[in-house]
Write a protein that binds this ligand. Structure first.
Ligand SMILES: [Zn+2]
Length: 305
């Protein structure tokens, strides 16, 4: 039977070949060694820096977005076949692409945002059909943008929602910001009432006290799955709530090592979540950025399960 993967960012799962071809549009001399050296970060901040640079390359300056998205989804489906992943819900971050192109003027370009979401949907729909998958995507609203941008994204997404066939739900990614997850509460409640899944990155990085606040906020806004959630859960009140609501903890081992969220796999809270019977899944997060595959991630933590 094939694998399932619930926490993977499509933009972080593009093949080396694909990223190389994108770099070479700007710089024909760009080599595989150049590309691999980009993925040599020291921490979460370094990782985000490369992520943003790639968003710019993918979506900035006269690129035909619909065509770009089509080829990205094609490359992503190649990975699903290569890695025998039969079902996935992949994060996509249209607001990051919008921001790279328009900056704060995104708000004046609702048609571009809606067009981009519809391009993701169209491409998923097409490749599901021709390759016999039923993969879905999650629209990441991204924590880092101001409240007005959050509400603007949601308003525009709601308008096109009836025409989308492959959307699984909405998510909160990003990080390294003082913006609070609680400000997503109304949007999350509205999304749930419209039958969308709600997922939220929280408790990815130490310190414990801050991670605990993030996880509590993720629970407060009604997240059905928590991305990472490996810090800040060692508290009976939180564990009980995770267990009673059956909130899924999405664990991505190598990602956590790369971003220095943990220093060894022994720090992952498998004992705790198994003791409390909290559902969890193993994921690759951004496999290209962390030099890994889903099968490798599963193998790495086999000993703890
Ligand atoms: Zn993630």
């Amino acid at each position: 039977m094939g694998h399932q993967e619930l926490h993977v960012h499509l933009e972080g799962a593009l093949s080396h070949e694909f990223l190389l071809s994108v770099h070479r549009e700007q710089n024909p001399e760009f080599s595989l060694e150049n590309l691999i050296s980009l993925f040599d970060y020291q921490d979460f901040r370094g990782f985000i820096g490369v992520w943003i640079a790639h968003q710019k390359l993918l979506f900035q300056g006269g690129v035909d977005w619909e065509q770009r998205v089509f080829l990205m989804v094609q490359d992503f489906f190649d990975r699903l076949m290569r890695e025998d992943i039969e079902y996935t819900e992949a994060h996509v971050s249209p607001i990051d692409a919008m921001w790279c192109e328009y900056g704060p003027q995104v708000i004046e370009n609702p048609a571009s945002y809606q067009g981009l979401i519809m391009a993701w949907d169209k491409a998923f729909n097409y490749f599901n059909r021709v390759r016999g998958f039923r993969a879905k995507y999650i629209v990441d609203l991204v924590l880092n943008y101001p409240q007005e941008i959050l509400e603007w994204q949601w308003r525009n997404l709601v308008e096109v929602l009836p025409s989308l066939s492959c959307i699984a739900g909405i998510g909160i990614g990003g990080g390294n910001t003082t913006r609070q997850r609680i400000s997503f509460k109304e949007v999350f409640l509205d999304a749930r009432s419209r039958g969308l899944m709600t997922v939220c990155h929280a408790g990815e990085l130490p310190p414990q006290a801050l991670a605990e606040i993030e996880v509590l906020e993720a629970l407060e806004i009604g997240a059905q799955r928590i991305g990472h959630g490996i810090h800040g859960i060692d508290n009976p009140r939180i564990l009980e709530e995770l267990a009673s609501k059956q909130v899924v903890i999405e664990i991505s081992p190598t990602s956590n090592l790369f971003t220095k969220s943990i220093t060894s796999l022994e720090e992952l809270p498998f004992r705790l979540i198994q003791e409390w019977q909290i559902p969890f899944c193993i994921n690759s997060d951004d496999p290209t950025y962390f030099h890994t595959t889903l099968a490798r991630e599963k193998k790495l933590v086999e000993v703890f399960l």
